[in-house]
Design a binder for this molecule. Structure first.
Ligand SMILES: NC(=O)c1ccc[n+]([C@@H]2O[C@H](COP(=O)([O-])OP(=O)(O)OC[C@H]3O[C@@H](n4cnc5c(N)ncnc54)[C@H](OP(=O)(O)O)[C@@H]3O)[C@@H](O)[C@H]2O)c1
Length: 323
């Protein structure tokens, strides 16, 4: 990665991604955008026990939406659910235990969800991780990739029949501005050639992959509204544990989890969000560029197709019904 690109990104981040950035951007927000009645709608939110996902889940529950929390850890999930139920006064909150890094379990969850709940208005792909030690499972999947990219892809594709049959359905994916540092690695999608392994680079690459996936889904499924967003730099458990030195340096300037979650919520519930074309990347309730100025991060349509074909081939390995 070029030093120039990193410098530009860091300076942009200090200005836009911090709490000050949020406060400046939010002066242009329209308060009424979030005055929405979510009653009668089903929201599936991954990583809803913590940080940004939990804030979105709570705000949807407060507005009467039916919340399905997709979480990895039963104890964390139960604690968060109790807090959401208490703070929102809604009992329409359900837990599903799923480790998104296990593709067979993602397929099983989605099949069961179709059979039991059989409805999905909004999917929020929020769960994510940045592991610094390389972990590869028996199927050859690196864990960051399995969670951030493949898990997100399989869940989105598998819930598509439900999303497609619902009017004004949406998929919101929480990416990271770190993706601006990466060009899509369309052939080596798991960065197997990266030696030594670097978790931060892998994470940024997968966040770029989520942006490409969103763009490609929008073309493939015009009936559904897709968006992908950067929360800014928010004080959450993931930032504290995965980026301790960044956290130490930046902790006084970070956004609150609620500020980080604002655009994800806005994309998930507001009418305004639907006025934007499907497939765009958002920051603070506005579509923004997916490339830094003069950065060599653009991919051709053919490269994006090669990447998506590989994602679909991988998915097929775990889901016989996917063709
Ligand atoms: N906070 C920021 O500044 C920032 C900046 C850019 C992007 N993001 C993105 O925002 C999203 C939410 O992160 P956060 O900052 O709110 O951190 P967080 O509070 O730590 O939330 C991360 C969530 O993802 C879940 N998760 C991780 N791996 C999983 C897996 N294999 N299966 C199921 N769930 C899994 C975690 O579950 P456990 O509780 O069980 O670990 C947790 O609920 C992530 O996609 C992250 O990349 C955050």
């Amino acid at each position: 990665m070029s030093y120039y690109r990193l410098m530009i990104w860091y300076l942009k981040g200090r200005k836009e991604y911090t709490r000050i950035g949020y406060e400046a951007a939010s002066k242009h927000f329209c308060e009424d955008d979030l005055k929405v009645d979510c009653k009668g709608k089903v929201y599936v939110i991954t990583g809803a026990n913590s940080g940004i996902g939990k804030c979105v889940a709570l705000d949807v529950a407060k507005r009467g939406g039916c919340v399905h929390m997709v979480c990895r850890n039963p104890q964390y999930a139960e604690t968060a659910k109790n807090e959401i139920v208490e703070a929102s006064g809604s009992k329409d909150v359900y837990i599903h235990i799923l480790d998104l890094s296990v593709p067979r379990d993602v397929v099983k969850f989605a099949n069961e969800f179709q059979e039991t709940v059989n409805s999905c208005d909004v999917l929020v792909n929020n769960a994510g991780c940045m592991l610094h030690e390389k972990q590869v499972d028996g199927d050859g999947l690196e864990k960051n990739f399995a969670t951030n990219s493949l898990g997100t892809h399989i869940l989105t594709k598998k819930l598509m029949p439900l999303l497609k049959k619902t009017d004004k359905s949406r998929v919101v994916t929480v990416t990271s501005g770190g993706m601006l540092l990466q060009k899509l690695s369309h052939e080596d999608i798991q960065l197997e050639k990266m030696v030594p392994f670097d978790g931060t680079t892998a994470y940024s690459q997968q966040k770029r992959q989520q942006v490409t996936m969103t763009e490609m889904y929008a073309k493939e499924y015009p009936e559904v509204h897709f968006s992908v967003m950067h929360p800014g730099w928010a004080d959450t458990p993931a930032v504290r544990s995965a980026m301790p030195s960044f956290y130490e340096k930046m902790k006084d300037t970070l956004r609150t989890p609620e500020q980080g979650a604002d655009t994800a919520l806005w994309l998930a519930i507001s009418d305004k969000a639907l006025q934007h074309p499907s497939g765009l990347f958002f920051q603070d309730r506005a579509p923004v560029s997916i490339h830094l100025p003069l950065a060599w991060t653009r991919s051709t349509d053919a490269e994006k197709e090669i990447f998506m074909n590989q994602m679909n081939e991988l998915m097929k390995k775990f889901d016989d019904s996917h063709t």
